[in-house]
Design a protein. Structure first.
Length: 103
């Protein structure tokens, strides 16, 4: 396992770019729900971007922040990843979290 020491910073939301080929869709109700949670309890997960400010993880969090009218969001910048690793992280973030509910 590689060592990585994430540093959270606050960044202008206008400087964060969605990944143009992001495969995950977020319906309005889902965005509204996350916006409500952020408004209630604050941020507990930063948006992860590459060195160019393109989102690796956190498209949904960005949409919720825009819905709330926020101008700054917490960000982790991953400058240590290759293009292949960025692509793998994009896919993993969207796909690996899918699972059934334990009702």
């Amino acid at each position: 396992m590689r060592a990585f020491d994430p540093q959270h910073t606050w960044r202008d939301i206008a400087t964060i770019t969605p990944y143009v080929h992001n495969a995950k869709k977020h319906p309005e109700a889902q965005i509204a729900g996350l916006a409500s949670i952020i408004a209630e309890v604050g941020w507990d997960q930063a948006i992860v971007v590459d060195q160019d400010g393109v989102i690796i993880k956190g498209h949904w969090r960005r949409l919720a922040a825009l819905r709330l009218g926020l101008t700054e969001v917490p960000v982790i910048v991953r400058t240590d990843l290759s293009a292949v690793q960025v692509k793998a992280a994009l896919i993993a973030d969207n796909k690996l979290a899918e699972s059934e509910w334990d009702l």
